[in-house]
Write a protein that binds this ligand. Structure first.
Ligand code: GLU
Length: 418
């Protein structure tokens, strides 16, 4: 029987593989195996019917070695400590790959937010903020959106934190609404980064965005923006899927029309465009296309799915969508995977820009944000590409090596306390 999927074990497996290739002794990188701090909180919330429900939440700081801890907060019914731990570690590695001055953290609440009213969601968010208050702050740990959280939720976090501090602290959180210190370009940043990563990948093989077909799993902030920007660049989006269903059109989907439909109806289900057929998630992941963008949750590309994938490239919009076992199969098949810690780093890069604007009370225009993001994505892609060539390995291990070099060096410079 195959072992139960544990995202933290997956993170450790890649860490060890990269360390082995780099020849780093265990004592120089073993600190990366352990999160610095793990906080588990219980959150009593008064529901609309007068009853009190208690939710479970986490904030885990993996590393503050290279700067304040940084990472999103997710609301999902499957959130657990090992998942948040893995996501926190991936944040430390992600920030190191793109060389921004942050460590890594992640938070989560075990809840299906679709079952809460707006009022309940706001109370849950405020209570969670109060519970993690000892950890967060613009100089210590800065949350941001992740799965099922958005700008409004970040606004409530900023407000709650500010009330406790007695003055407005916009830099405590990123991905906020523009009116309270959010950054232009932040909502689209992760999807834009995915588009840049795809473009850079194709360039290496003399191809262009307007020559490819794409399948996108997940139609939340990341998947939707990536599909929309790729469509605008001339890519043919042949399949997309969200929690409600997956759809396909070999001739290409009309993304602007679909976006209008989703804006009105909330989900893809019920969209009936010409030539559109409903398919299963497996069919979406394994359909005929050049680029597959998994932009939903972890462990979507399993061994079974990997065997059937027909795409030539996988660009990981989600965190941890590919299992390590599946990675082996994809490598054998010659499918190039642009790993999460590089492909979806655009979000945290623009979070960094937002925070930098907040703490200096500056406001950048969108062009400035997007072009700075583009430069970082191009440079980071090239660095990972060169590293994987140098070590004759795959892009994921290459990205881990780039990140670990920086983290191990930082540890050496700072030393071990006391
Ligand atoms: N949740 C996003 C990620 O996984 C963004 C994190 C951030 O901006 O801090 O990268």
């Amino acid at each position: 029987m195959s072992k139960k999927y544990n995202p933290y074990d997956q993170m450790l497996a890649t860490l060890d593989k990269a360390a082995g290739m780099m020849n780093v002794p265990d004592s120089e990188y073993n600190f990366l195996r352990y999160p610095e701090r793990e906080l588990k909180v219980s959150l009593p919330v008064r529901m609309d019917d007068g009853t009190v429900k208690v939710f479970e939440g986490f904030r885990i700081q993996h590393s503050s070695l290279r700067g304040p801890c940084k990472g999103g907060i997710r609301y999902h019914q499957d959130v657990d400590q090992d998942e948040v731990k893995a996501l926190a570690a991936w944040m430390s590695l992600k920030c190191a790959v793109v060389n921004i001055p942050y460590g890594g953290a992640k938070g989560g609440i075990k809840v299906d937010p679709r079952e809460l009213s707006v009022y309940e969601l706001k109370n849950l968010t405020r209570r969670f903020t109060a519970a993690i208050l000892p950890l967060i702050g613009p100089e210590s740990d800065i949350p941001a959106p992740d799965v099922n959280t958005n700008a409004q939720i970040m606004g409530w976090i900023m407000d709650t934190y500010s009330i406790f501090m007695g003055h407005s602290v916009p830099g405590v959180v990123t991905g906020k609404p523009l009116d309270i210190g959010g950054s232009l370009g932040r909502p689209e940043a992760t999807g834009r980064g995915v588009m840049f990563a795809t473009r850079e990948m194709l360039k290496k093989h003399g191809k262009k965005l307007n020559e490819i077909t794409v399948s996108v799993q997940g139609y939340g902030n990341v998947g939707k923006t990536a599909a929309t920007l790729l469509y605008a660049e001339g890519s043919k989006i042949v399949a997309i899927g969200d929690v409600s269903c997956s759809i396909r059109n070999k001739a290409g989907l009309n993304i602007p029309e679909i976006n209008d439909y989703v804006a009105k109806n909330g989900v893809l289900k019920g969209y009936k465009g010409a030539g559109v057929e409903e398919v299963t998630t497996e069919e979406l992941l394994t359909c005929e296309c050049d680029v597959l963008v998994p932009a939903a949750l972890e462990n979507q590309i399993t061994e079974k799915i990997a065997e059937k994938i027909k795409a030539s490239y996988i660009v990981e919009g989600a965190n941890g969508p590919t299992s390590s076992e599946a990675d082996v199969i994809l490598n054998k098949k010659g499918i190039i995977v642009i790993p999460d810690i590089l492909a979806n780093a655009g979000g945290v890069v623009v979070s960094y820009f937002e925070w930098a604007q907040n703490i200096q009370s500056l406001m950048w225009n969108e062009e400035e944000v997007n072009s700075k993001l583009e430069n970082i994505m191009i440079k980071s892609f090239q660095e990972v590409w060169d590293t994987k060539d140098q070590y004759k390995t795959d892009m994921r291990t290459g990205a881990f090596i780039v990140a670990m070099r920086r983290l191990v060096e930082a540890r050496k410079i700072r030393g071990v306390f006391p």
